[in-house]
Design a protein around this ligand. Structure first.
Ligand code: SAH
Length: 341
C-alpha cells in the first residue's frame, strides 16, 4: 500500500529525496513503519532489550547528574523514542531509591507509535505524560535531562554525492516499473569526490535541545550508532533481523542512518554548550560500573550466569555494540561534570 503511494508521488511530482522517502516509510500516519506496528524487538534489538543493566546504569548516572545539579525540587526527564519502555522501567527501578529524585520527577515520553505508547504505559510504574514531538513537551523553569537511545538514527536524512565537480542529490525514482536509487544533478560544485548525508530534522532537534538546555540547565544524553565525521551513505534496512534492500518491504522494514556526532557536536558548540564524548558505548558502560552490576546479578541468579555474561559482552564488546555505538552528552552549565566521560 505504502509502495503504491510512493510510486504515485513519484509519478505526480518526480523523484523523491531520501528524506521524503524515509519520512513516508517510517512515519506515514497509517502505513509508516513506526506507526503501524510495535517495531522494536521484531526487526532489531536495542541495548535496553538486551539487558536490564543498560537502563539501570543510565538510571544511576542520571541520579548522579540530579545530585550534581543540587537536587532541585522539580526535575524533568524527557525520553525521546522510548520503544517498549524498557529503559525507563529499569531506570526507575534504580532512581526509586532516591525519594528526593522521585518527588521532583516530572516524566515526559516523546513517541509517535500508538502500539508502543500502549506498551510503555503497561511497563512503566510511574506517572508520565506522552507527546508526539519534542517541541510539544511543556516549557518549565526546572532543570532537565533528555535521553535518546537509538532515536536520532531513525530521523530522515538527505543524501548527497559530489562527483567530477557536480553536486547530486540521491533520490528514489521509478526505472520502468521498479523503484531505484538515482542521482539528481543539483549544481556545479568544485571539490573532491564525496558522499554524505544530512539530517535537517536531527539538526533542528539538536538546536532546539541546546536552547532549552541553555535556559533550564541539564544534560542531553544521546546514545546511538554513528560516526564522528559524517562521511558516506549509511541508509540501511532491517527486516526480521536481516539486512535488506531499503526499497523492498517499505513500511515493514526498519530504516536507519548513522548519526553524525561531529555535526551534533558542532551545533552544540555553536550554542556555547559543553559536549562530552562521543565515547564508545562499551567504555561508557564500564566506567559506570557494568562489571560490578554484572557480578551482583550473577550472585543473585547463579543459574543465569552465561546469559548475563553474554548480554554484557553484547553491550560492550568492540565487535558487537561496544564501539559502533557511541555516547555523547551536551551539558549546561559547563561546570556540571556528569560521570562516565
Ligand atoms: N529507545 C528505544 C527504542 C528505539 S527505536 C530502545 O532503545 O529500545 C526508536 C523509537 O523512536 C521507537 O519508540 C519509535 O517509535 C520512536 N520514533 C521514531 N521516530 C520518531 C519520531 N519522529 N518522533 C517520535 N518518536 C519516534
Amino acid at each position: 500500500m505504502l509502495e503504491s503511494l510512493i510510486r504515485q508521488e513519484i509519478q505526480d511530482k518526480g523523484p523523491l529525496s531520501q528524506s521524503r522517502f524515509m519520512d513516508l516509510a517510517l512515519q506515514h500516519p497509517q502505513y509508516g513503519y513506526y506507526r503501524s506496528q510495535e517495531a522494536v524487538s521484531r526487526d532489531f534489538t536495542t541495548a535496553p532489550e538486551i539487558s536490564q543493566m543498560f537502563g539501570e546504569l543510565v538510571g544511576a548516572w542520571s541520579l548522579d547528574v540530579y545530585n550534581k545539579l543540587q537536587a532541585p525540587s522539580h526535575f524533568s526527564v524527557v525520553e525521546l523514542g522510548p520503544g517498549r519502555g524498557t529503559l525507563m522501567a529499569d531506570f526507575l527501578r534504580v532512581t526509586q531509591r532516591d525519594s528526593n529524585f522521585m518527588n521532583a520527577l516530572d516524566l515526559h515520553l516523546v513517541e509517535t507509535n500508538l502500539h508502543l505508547k500502549r506498551k510503555q504505559k503497561e511497563n512503566l510504574p510511574h506517572a508520565a505524560q506522552w507527546w508526539d514531538r519534542f517541541e510539544d513537551v511543556p516549557d518549565s523553569p526546572s532543570p532537565l535531562l533528555i535521553l535518546a537511545n537509538e532515536f536520532l538514527d531513525c530521523l530522515p536524512t538527505k543524501a548527497f554525492v559530489r562527483r567530477a565537480n557536480v553536486l547530486y542529490e540521491r533520490c528514489i525514482d521509478l526505472q520502468g516499473d521498479k523503484l531505484e536509487f538515482s542521482l539528481l544533478p543539483l549544481k556545479e560544485d568544485p571539490g573532491p569526490d564525496q558522499m554524505w548525508e544530512e539530517s535537517p530534522e536531527a539538526d533542528a532537534l539538536m538546536a532546539q535541545i541546546c536552547k532549552i538546555l541553555l535556559k533550564r540547565t541539564g544534560v542531553f544524553l544521546c546514545i546511538d550508532y554513528g560516526y564522528e565525521s559524517g562521511e558516506g551513505l549509511s541508509l540501511q534496512a532491517l527486516y526480521h533481523g536481516e539486512m535488506s534492500n531499503p526499497l523492498c518491504h517499505i513500511g515493514t522494514s526498519d530504516l536507519t542512518c548513522h548519526v553524525s556526532f561531529s555535526r551534533l557536536k558542532d551545533i552544540a558548540h555553536s550554542h556555547g554548550l559543553k559536549v562530552l564524548g562521543p565515547l564508545p558505548q562499551g567504555a561508557f558502560l564500564k566506567a559506570l560500573g557494568l562489571t560490578v552490576r554484572l557480578d551482583t546479578l550473577i550472585r543473585n541468579n547463579p543459574s543465569e550466569r552465561t546469559k548475563l555474561e553474554m548480554a554484557a559482552l553484547r553491550l560492550t564488546h568492540p565487535q558487537q555494540m561496544g564501539i559502533l555505538f557511541k555516547v555523547m552528552a551536551v551539558v549546561s552549565p559547563p561546570s556540571l561534570c556528569p560521570s562516565g566521560f
